[in-house]
Design a protein around this ligand. Sequence first.
Ligand SMILES: Cc1ncc(COP(=O)(O)O)c(C=O)c1O
Length: 487
Amino acid sequence: MTRLVCDANVALKWFHSDGEPQVQEARALAVAAGDGVLELSVLDLTYFEVGNALASKLRWAASRIAALLSQLPAITGEPLRLSLGEMFVTADLAVSHGLSFYDASYWAAARSVEADLATLDSALLAVSFARGAPSADLLPADAVREAAERALTDDWKRALSYGTGIGHPELCAWIADQHGLDPSQVMVTNGSLEAGALLFEHLVAPSDRVVVEQPSYDRTLLLLERIGAERVGVPLEADGIDVDALDSALGAAPAKLVHLIPNFHNPAGCTLSDEKRRRVVEIAARHDCWIFEDDPYGEVGFEGERLATLLSLDGAGRVIHASSFSKTVSPGVRIGYLAGPADEIKALAKRANEIYISPNMLAESIVLELCRSGGLARNIELVNAALKQRRDALVAALREHVPEADFVIPAGGYFLWLTLDADVDCTELLAAAEQERVVFIPGRDFMLEGGESSLRLSFASTPPDQIPEGVQRLARALERVRSAAPA
Ligand SMILES: Cc1ncc(COP(=O)(O)O)c(C=O)c1O
């Protein structure tokens, strides 16, 4: 049986400080303790207020705490000697850092009850440059809550009903207006990944050639692979796709589609220059080929003017544009859209309707509220300022601690693509980095082939004060890999 050894004084203090009527139990515990130390079984924990208080503080079910604790004997074979205060710290650490209770207890037990959580935090926290998502502090919970309230007051019938394949018509109209299009040229989807998947299924047949940038968004590569397309890689440069190589690839054999991420590329961080945009549109029209402009990051720019979309430059009706509210509102709303020639949108909306009837109408209604009320614009400003600060912190730390790193400074978005010296294998580097408690995505995940000495760092998911520490850990991991390599 797992036993917890608790100091009666701590119990008393803790119960008191909780302010709840658990004083009686605390006194009883204190008396029972006699010499000041009380042993509780796991079972006791679920029944005594100890477990309940822990559970309510962490918003966990007491049974979950008991289940966690019951794993311990198998691991330790020893009673866990933690005071209640330490237990609290332990559980808190386990939750906030995704650790097992056992791992967290090791840290908590090494410190006093009054352990400075901030110190523990920085020692424990794995700095993640891996997640292509904003950290929770960048999510506009209040604005969305208020928009939801308004949506359910003013637009509840539509928000709570089935729609059609295009989604909420007023949101389509708002998006069309932003792009200077007719509403018949827009349909809403459940995120822009779904928009891409629909489009690929609509346009691409097995064995069709599809041009992809190298590197490119890993999920795009996967979707095309699943369809059985022949993926043709064309390299990226600091200002976007190599247009001459694109022209040659399309000249070598017909292709159905070119997939491009024009702004603040995932993973490469680069942006397609204005001059190249015009050339790309001209090249695709000449080779009678579709362009899929995959642009979820367009609004998340830190400097300068927004460049013209490929859609707006297209005179041949061969561009289909996708974007998303994932980066400007939140990924959880799952609202994206497609914009392009009306007859293609009509066919795509029919396909969408056959598969899922309509995209999520409630989420669309909420997003529409944010668009109309100015909440969207305010959030974009906040998010861009925060992301810029993170980008700057990352660039400065890389220059200081990993001077060999070669990268394009992203002018927006979430990602920085780092290329190290050719002797470094980033899969090995990741293993070393995990030991240093920092993570990233190795470059080969974004490549058809190669990419071993590159990696993607996301600065969206990491608060700026953790970025220098994360980069120093990366530098230490690099040293480890180098020192382990045969001379
Ligand atoms: C290039 C690119 N396209 C599409 C998506 C999908 O985004 P969502 O489905 O959240 O709109 C992402 C997400 O990170 C992306 O980076």
